[in-house]
Design a protein around this ligand. Structure first.
Ligand code: HEC
Length: 192
């Protein structure tokens, strides 16, 4: 997916090998390189999934802006997966967070504050998972999925309040919006 969009919308400037393009007769890059040994390293801001997607959607292809984006959200995420999975210099920044609770979840490498590993899969018993996931990295059971299910159940019951006219139903749109606002603010605060 990301590859197709890249070829269509990015390659003319950033090159088929992500090598960028130098200004004629100058060591400066007119179009920066996006991967390879001289590109930004894996400690850079752009290596973070949401930073890359946000930047690219608001700025690329050249001429796009925050108000007039030229990519859909899906294209921006796909481009992130494509470009950031390419080889680039490594920088060991695992020790950059003496306090692990300050580390954002969109760094595509561990350790994370919840102790889960980015190399492991935790699912329920559905057979399809076992068919595609490598057995040595796959754990089946509620122990690891109950947190996710807890969040989903909470969101589902909140959502129901918008439609079900008997329980806790507000007639005014403003009240609905305020209730949602409070719920999201509360949840986001909890996560930090
Ligand atoms: C018309 C030429 C052009 C096209 C097409 C283009 N870019 Fe760029 N891109 C640039 C230029 C010029 C810069 C440097 C901008 C700056 O420094 O402000 C840049 C910067 C970037 C950067 C930041 C690189 C860094 O190291 O800071 C990324 C990431 C990027 N482009 C991704 C993309 C993606 C993904 C696409 C396809 C959707 C794309 N670009 C299409 C010209 C282009």
């Amino acid at each position: 997916m990301g590859n197709t969009v890249y070829v269509q919308k990015c390659q003319t400037c950033h090159g088929p090998e992500g090598q960028g393009m130098k200004t004629p007769d100058s060591p400066e890059y007119q179009y920066p390189l996006l991967w390879g040994k001289n590109s930004y390293n894996d400690g850079a801001g752009l290596y973070r999934v949401s930073n890359f997607a946000r930047y690219v959607k608001a700025n690329m292809p050249l001429g796009a802006s925050h108000r007039k984006p030229q990519l859909t959200d899906d294209e921006a995420w796909d481009l992130d997966a494509y470009v950031n999975s390419m080889p680039r210099p490594k920088k060991d920044i695992r020790k950059d967070w003496p306090d692990i609770s300050k580390k954002h979840f969109d760094h595509p490498f561990g350790p994370y504050k919840d102790g889960y590993s980015e190399h492991k899969f935790h699912t329920d018993h559905w057979r399809a998972f076992a068919n595609v996931l490598p057995a040595d990295r796959h754990t089946v059971g509620k122990a690891y999925t109950k947190n996710i299910e807890g969040v989903n159940t909470c969101l589902r019951s909140r959502k129901r309040r918008l439609a079900r006219k008997k329980t806790c139903f507000s007639k005014k749109k403003e009240y609905h919006l305020a209730a949602l606002n409070i719920m999201f603010t509360y949840r986001n605060k909890q996560k930090k």
